[in-house]
Design a protein around this ligand. Sequence first.
Ligand SMILES: Nc1ncnc2c1ncn2[C@@H]1O[C@H](COP(=O)(O)OP(=O)(O)OP(=O)(O)O)[C@@H](O)[C@H]1O
Ligand SMILES: [Mg+2]
Length: 508
Amino acid sequence: MGVRNAPPHAGPMLESLRGLGYATPTAIADLIDNSIAAHAKQIDIQFEWASDKSWVRIVDDGIGMDDCKLESGMRLGTRDPRTERADGDLGRFGLGLKTASFSQARRLTVASKEIGGEVVCLRWDLDLIGKESGTDWPLFEGPAPGSEHLLAPLYEMEHGTVVLWEILDRIVTEGFVVSDMIELLDSVEAHLAMTFHRLLEQQNTDLCLLLNGRAVKPWDPFLISHPAKALESSEYRLVNTTGVVVQCHVLPHRDMLKPVEQEKAAGPGGWTQQEGFYIYRNKRLLLSGSWLGLGDGGKPWPRDEAHRLARIRLDIPNSADLDWKINVLKSTANPPVRLRTQLHRLATETRATARSVFAHRGHISPALHKGAKALADVWQVRRSAQGTSYRIARDHDLLASVLSRAGPLKQDIHAVLRLIEETVPVQRIWLDTAEDKETPRTGFVSTPEKEVLETLYAMFEALVQYRGLSQDEARERLSRTSPFHQYPALVSTLELGETNDEFKSEGF
Ligand SMILES: Nc1ncnc2c1ncn2[C@@H]1O[C@H](COP(=O)(O)OP(=O)(O)OP(=O)(O)O)[C@@H](O)[C@H]1O
Ligand SMILES: [Mg+2]
């Protein structure tokens, strides 16, 4: 049987690799991974606008490379993705430096210096591929003529690496002007602030990312330790894994945040884009704002307003790369099938809490959470094959008490209740919620206390006189029942007889 040697054609191969799907921010993040893996502490990213002579440069003070390591690092597929990596290594495929750079630029120059060593420099130039006779994959020594000054910072350093992108044909496209460059910088900053936030906010970290001279401030998607958070679970290790750790978070409702906090917490994509799982590999964010295809009844959960406060942090070690199918761009990860049930359960619980915070505009007291004895809800939700319907609970304490005293009016009251149930303005509520991105106000919000007390008193009276509870028991129950749990001071003043005449509502 014959064997043929079929190496790829350099030109078409490199052009194709440009289309892997990087955006500028993800490409920069891939280079920062390399700097961090090389123990860099200061990483200086510079975008320089000079129309078709624009350039991007990353200078790091990592351990650097000697000539041999640099040549190996510049080679495509320099390392087998199956080989084990050091714990803190953010690489996997031996491709990132090249694929990320080619996705944005036609010329990639890398200069590097190890401690006590010389500056070494190699360059890929896509415009010169196929132009050097006898060399299919020409890797040039030294910078392009005229670009030497751009490597100058390295000569001032004891060790480090400079990555230089020139001929930015994928960034400086037709019509691209300086204001587009500024916008691009903003999106790079937001992406880096999110992608590296754990590494930047670590205690005693001396890591610093500078973007055009300005330090990138970490963006914490979880508002860690914020007092108004409805959920910040402890960290648990998933079973059947080697160190996958999860922590569930439900962020505070908008009403509980100051406007600046609210805007910041939303994140680069906005609230709904940012809900779901956040997967970190060695504390570097791979993916954010996705429900990972989990869902119910064969349908994946969409990202929607009702669950926008749910964010779940998942940490995977780099030894689990194969299992989680991470990609070259470090922008996706897929949980192994055997973990989906565990993840589904955690996500379901977190989503339920988030939904209830959203629905109650954040007013979920710890007492309500713990399943303490509260009164039944007035509204009951019924789901059936015909759809969802909303019913008023006839055994609700106040209602049952009224019905038991209603005499000849009982039938009429039942008719009124049916009318209300059948005419709940569902579409209107749905539209208003979508438009305002908030549930409409309920639960006596902005209602004068006197009015709240009228209803509260009627409930109290029904509990004591028609349910046979002691006054203490009735107050205790009401203090645990939504929405009255928000009025502990009013509940504590309830006393049968005294306020009776003053607050008795008409008709009771
Ligand atoms: N800034 C840097 N400092 C020191 N060494 C570097 C730097 N950038 C790249 N290297 C070396 O070049 C090699 C190739 O980098 P490249 O990003 O192409 O692949 P990788 O990081 O190994 O894997 P991945 O494709 O997953 O990023 C690295 O493994 C590292 O040894
Ligand atoms: Mg890399």
